[in-house]
Design a protein around this ligand. Structure first.
Ligand code: HEC
Ligand code: HEC
Ligand code: HEC
Length: 188
């Protein structure tokens, strides 16, 4: 074998080692973010199922990262194609989506709230919200942050199955100043 070939083989070996050790670092970092099933206080560590259950870190680490909840940005996970869940169990169930969005709070102490139908109807059928939770008519509902914090209205899901209420800016995403300029017909 020529000296050059030996050198390049040694380099390849070194490269593989570096990749292996950075993968190991990633695995350690991921398991620090998502507790192992044995340690999560929910699963029985002595259960024989432990050997076959997938660890959360293995499933969640490759998905787009979020700063709260289970640390996955599920909207981005869907939009980027990182996951492609089935929309329905039965072929015959119609898939209903909507793309409109509206401002449902204005000029309070916080930036205004924009409610997007699109990100919701990609996950949920209309019946999850209409008509029991929200009347499907703009301006027909009264919202309150304290009701939301008590698990009503948006809080039925946010903090339970969707991103938590500590992520204020995900809902309060529109500056009041830009709304006022829009209302006056001025550029944002
Ligand atoms: C899931 C969406 C959501 C999240 C997350 C959220 N809010 Fe709200 N919040 C709302 C909605 C909807 C209203 C509308 C009430 C209204 O019509 O004034 C509101 C209203 C408010 C109001 C009263 C009206 C105003 O704009 O001054 C305050 C204050 C407020 N939120 C603070 C917060 C704070 C602080 C956080 C984070 C700790 C937070 N909210 C997180 C949805 C949310
Ligand atoms: C996650 C909850 C949620 C889901 C799911 C949802 N909506 Fe809505 N929808 C709302 C909220 C909140 C409003 C705002 C009403 C308001 O202004 O208070 C709204 C408003 C509406 C409006 C009034 C629009 C307007 O311009 O007056 C219609 C119509 C509507 N929804 C139909 C639907 C249909 C059809 C689906 C399914 C494809 C759907 N919604 C899914 C929460 C939801
Ligand atoms: C029936 C359940 C449900 C209700 C009720 C609900 N949401 Fe959501 N919301 C979701 C789910 C599921 C997602 C997508 C997953 C995630 O982001 O955690 C989502 C996503 C969002 C997003 C998208 C954030 C992004 O990154 O694009 C916003 C904004 C939002 N919700 C605001 C609201 C507001 C404001 C209300 C109340 C008017 C509300 N939601 C009521 C389930 C709900």
């Amino acid at each position: 074998m020529s000296a050059a070939a030996r050198r390049s083989r040694r380099c390849a070996g070194l490269g593989a080692l570096l990749i292996l050790s950075s993968l190991a670092t990633l695995a350690v970092a991921a398991s620090a973010l998502w507790p192992r099933l044995q340690d999560d206080g929910v699963h029985d560590p002595r259960s024989p199922a432990m050997a076959v259950l997938q660890q959360p870190a293995e499933a969640l680490a490759p998905l787009p990262r979020d700063t709260a909840g289970n640390l996955v940005n599920w909207v981005q996970a869907l939009d980027s194609g990182a996951i492609a869940p089935r929309s329905t169990l039965l072929e015959s169930t119609p898939v209903r989506t909507r793309d409109d969005s509206f401002i449902i709070a204005r000029y309070g102490s916080m930036p205004a709230v924009r409610f997007p139908h699109r990100q919701h109807t990609l996950w949920l059928d209309c019946a999850n919200c209409h008509d029991a939770l929200f009347k499907p008519q703009r301006g027909a509902n009264r919202y309150s942050m304290s009701a939301i914090l008590e698990g009503e209205q948006c809080g039925v899901c946010h903090g339970a199955v969707a991103f938590p209420l500590t992520e204020c800016n995900r809902c309060h995403s529109v500056s009041n100043a830009s709304l006022l300029r829009e209302q006056q017909g001025l550029p944002k």
